[in-house]
Design a protein around this ligand. Structure first.
Ligand code: HEC
Length: 130
């Protein structure tokens, strides 16, 4: 009995270790701001004819955008716009996509999340698109 308990505890500790390793990356909001402004906002201004300001939504609303991962009316995922493939496709004309071409997708995603969290309507420093 004792050794079985010890094994379970070990498995639990291993699992906890794996989880914290997966979450070890802390979003860099400054890099997120550059990416959001140059990739997301550039297209919203061009196609939507208006920017979507970080402070147009609350932190919970932004979290929902990334959780449901449906972009706009659902044709694309939000993650699509972070993929290397997407960055490669626009990097000839997009400075941020070119600059961050080699950054892992999930890091850029965390960066933008950090920026939006900070700049949301109810964030630490709400920010529009200027
Ligand atoms: C290639 C163009 C393009 C890019 C890049 C783009 N979007 Fe969009 N986005 C649109 C268009 C067009 C709409 C509105 C039409 C629709 O709903 O599909 C939209 C709508 C949205 C909406 C819904 C608006 C609302 O009021 O709820 C959100 C949120 C959003 N985009 C977030 C993002 C984020 C975050 C990024 C960057 C990671 C991004 N978009 C990149 C074109 C783009």
């Amino acid at each position: 009995m004792k050794s079985k308990f010890g094994l379970n505890l070990m498995a639990l500790m291993l699992a906890a270790g794996a989880m914290s390793a997966a979450q070890a990356y802390d979003g860099d909001w400054k890099r997120g701001r550059i990416y959001y402004r140059q990739v997301c906002t550039t297209c919203h201004t061009a196609e939507l004819k208006k920017a979507i300001g970080p402070n147009d939504k609350t932190q919970a609303e932004w979290a929902a955008v990334f959780k449901t991962d449906k972009h706009g009316k659902g044709k694309d995922t939000v993650k699509h716009f972070f993929s290397k493939q997407y960055r490669d496709g626009i990097k000839a004309t997009n400075a941020a996509a070119a600059k961050f071409a080699a950054v892992p997708e999930n890091e850029l995603l965390e960066d933008v999340k950090a920026f939006l969290n900070k700049s949301a309507k109810d964030g630490d420093s709400p920010a529009g698109c200027s």
